[in-house]
Design a protein. Structure first.
Length: 247
C-alpha cells in the first residue's frame, strides 16, 4: 500500500543543539506506526516538526505532496492532526464545546456532516456524552485523554498523530485508551503513535521505530521489535531470554 506520510532525513535544532538528526520514517495507509524511546529522545520534537510547529530541514510528504510550505491550519485541513502530550483542552469550556471546536475548520468550509461525526464520537466515548455539559477542567485524566482524542476525531483526520496518550494514566485506563487506539484503525484512520510505554505501543502497532538521542536506532515490524533482545531488555523490562528483568 502507498505511504500516507513520508519523512526523509529530518533534522530539528534548538539553537545550536540538534534534537532530531537524519530521521526517516513512513506511515502506510491503514496502519498504526509507533515511535518508542526514552524520555528526551526527540519523539515530541519529531511530531511537532511534522505538524509544522517547529522549523525543520529535510522532507515531509503527506499523501504524496510536500507539506513544507503549509501552515499548521492547512495541515489540519488536509487531514493531518496531532493530539499533543499536554492535551491542550479548553478547561473552562464544556466537553461538548471542546468537541465542536475540533470541527472548526470543517465548519468554516461549510461541512454539513459535523453532527453525524459528533454522534460517532459520543458512540465511541459514551463517558463524553454523559459529561457533555461538564467543564473539561473537571474531568479525570482518562476522560481528558478521551476528550482530546474525540476532539481530534471531529476534524475527520486521515492521519492521527498521538503524543504519549498514556502519560499519567492509571494502568486500567491505559489499557482502555490503547483499545480505543487499536479500534480506530478499523475506521480507516492511520496512526503515528509516540510512546514511552513501549510494550503497549508495540502491541497495537504494525510497524515500529526506536528513537534514541534524536536518531533512529532500530526499526521493523512491531512483533520483531518486541522480540529483539535489545528492545526487550531496554524498553520491555525483559532479559534477552524473555523473562522479566529483576531490579
Amino acid at each position: 500500500m502507498a505511504a500516507l506520510l513520508e519523512v526523509e532525513d529530518l533534522c530539528v535544532s534548538y539553537g545550536k543543539v540538534e534534537a532530531v538528526h537524519g530521521v526517516s520514517l513512513a506511515v502506510t495507509e491503514g496502519t498504526i506506526v509507533s515511535v518508542i524511546g526514552p524520555n528526551g529522545a526527540g519523539k515530541t520534537t519529531l511530531l511537532a516538526a511534522i505538524m509544522g510547529t517547529l522549523a525543520a530541514t529535510g522532507g515531509i510528504r503527506y499523501r504524496g505532496d510536500s507539506v513544507g510550505s503549509l501552515s499548521v491550519e492547512q495541515r489540519v485541513g488536509s487531514g493531518l492532526v496531532l493530539v499533543p502530550e499536554k492535551r491542550d483542552l479548553f478547561s473552562s469550556m464544556t466537553v461538548a464545546d471542546n468537541l465542536e471546536l475540533g470541527a472548526f475548520a470543517r465548519a468554516r468550509r461549510g461541512d454539513r456532516d459535523i453532527a453525524r461525526t459528533l454522534d460517532e464520537v459520543y458512540l465511541r466515548f459514551p463517558r463524553l456524552q454523559e459529561r457533555r455539559t461538564q467543564l473539561a477542567g473537571t474531568l479525570s485524566g482518562g476522560e481528558r485523554q478521551m476528550l482530546a482524542l474525540g476532539r481530534a476525531l471531529m476534524s475527520k483526520p486521515r492521519l492521527l498523530m498521538l503524543d504519549e496518550p498514556s502519560l499519567g494514566l492509571a494502568p486500567l485506563v491505559v489499557r482502555e485508551i490503547f483499545n480505543i487506539v487499536s479500534a480506530l484503525k478499523a475506521t480507516g484512520v492511520s496512526i503515528l503513535l509516540v510512546e514511552q510505554n513501549a510494550r503497549a505501543a508495540l502491541q497495537v502497532s504494525d510497524y515500529g521505530y526506536v528513537l534514541e538521542t534524536g536518531e533512529l536506532a532500530l526499526e521493523g515490524p512491531s512483533e520483531e521489535l518486541a522480540s529483539n533482545p535489545k528492545v526487550a531488555a531496554t524498553y520491555l523490562g525483559q532479559s534477552a531470554g524473555g523473562a522479566s528483568a529483576r531490579t
